[in-house]
Design a protein around this ligand. Structure first.
Ligand code: CUA
Length: 315
């Protein structure tokens, strides 16, 4: 963070990823090339306008001068070489940015109006993206509703996030720090507020927090539960609209009385739901097959809380 480039420049935010410098170098090259030609061409126009101006009222225009093959070839081929060089250079930087290195740490990014959610390999879900420093991170992104675009200016990383398909970006952040994430595709009334952060942590701190508390307080529990309903696979067997699937629907479930296969009954409360998630065989609802897998060790307490909060909303 203390490096010089962390300050950014007049045009550019800080360079906080390994390839940010490559992007900026190409930008600077094109920028200064433009400055050079702007000065050279404008300068020549002004110079010629003065030098060849009409010097008296009765001066006649001179006839057109014939063409100069050498000069014309030069102003054709030199710019051609320059734009080819820019293309090759830009394409290399682009490919570098497009293809994540093998073994990159993978995080699933979900966009929806108007928030970002990050799902880690262990199932943790956060509203801010936590990543380890000095590690290539690959983001596999999709949208739940409409077109969004994931943009981290400090990393020079940007990609559309589209419903029904995956797009990917990757980056490697050499230093711990915080970087803003924008949605950079107009997606509706909340677009300008659709922001998040990338928080780069030292490797061991990342590992520690991943295992302990990587569930973000930013997301209301019921909303996290709604997300888990599909991401944890609940939706395969439990409907939320009353439809009978493999298991009982969640609609209007909370607070009702259940009858179980062994003849016993219980009221659906927090503890019943928790037990059903962790030890589903303890109380199998009458009329349904005992086919639910245990989620012991797969869902953290806060995620179970979130699912319960979600079920409560399904009146
Ligand atoms: Cu999402 Cu703009």
């Amino acid at each position: 963070m203390a490096s010089e480039t962390a300050q950014g420049s007049f045009w550019m935010p800080p360079e906080a990823s390994t390839f940010a410098g490559d992007v900026d170098a190409l930008f600077d090259f094109i920028y200064w090339l433009n400055v050079f030609f702007f000065v050279a061409i404008t300068g020549a126009v002004v110079y010629f306008a003065i030098k060849y101006r009409r010097k008296s009222d009765d001066q006649l225009a001179t006839s057109q001068v014939g063409h100069n093959t050498l000069i014309e070839a030069a102003w054709t081929f030199i710019p051609l070489l320059i734009v080819i060089a820019i293309f090759v250079w830009g394409f290399r930087v682009f490919l570098n940015q497009s293809v994540a290195p093998d073994g990159a740490y993978e995080v699933k990014v979900t966009a929806k109006a108007y928030l970002w959610q990050y799902t880690y390999p262990n199932g943790a879900v956060t509203g801010e993206l936590f990543v380890p420093e000095d590690t290539p991170v690959k983001l596999v992104m999709s949208s739940e509703d409409l077109l969004h675009s994931f943009f981290v200016p400090d990393f020079r990383v940007k990609s559309d996030v589209v419903p029904g398909r995956y797009t990917t970006v990757w980056f490697e952040a050499p230093d711990p720090g915080e970087h803003v994430v924008f949605c950079t595709e107009y997606c509706g009334a909340g677009h300008s507020g659709m922001m998040s952060k990338v928080i780069v942590l030292p490797k061991d701190e990342f590992q520690e927090r991943l295992e302990k508390d990587f569930i973000d307080g930013d997301i209301p529990p019921a909303e996290m539960g709604a997300k888990l309903y599909t991401s944890a696979g609940c939706s395969a067997c439990h409907s939320i609209n009353g439809t009978r699937l493999v298991g009982p629907s969640w609609k209007g479930l909370f607070g009702t009385e259940r009858k179980f296969a062994d003849g016993s009954t219980a009221k659906v409360d927090e503890n019943y739901l928790r037990e059903s998630i962790l030890q589903p065989m303890n109380k199998v609802v009458e009329g349904y097959p005992p086919s639910m897998p245990s989620y012991q060790g797969q869902l953290k307490d806060v995620q179970i809380d979130a699912l319960i909060a979600y079920i409560k909303t399904l009146k």
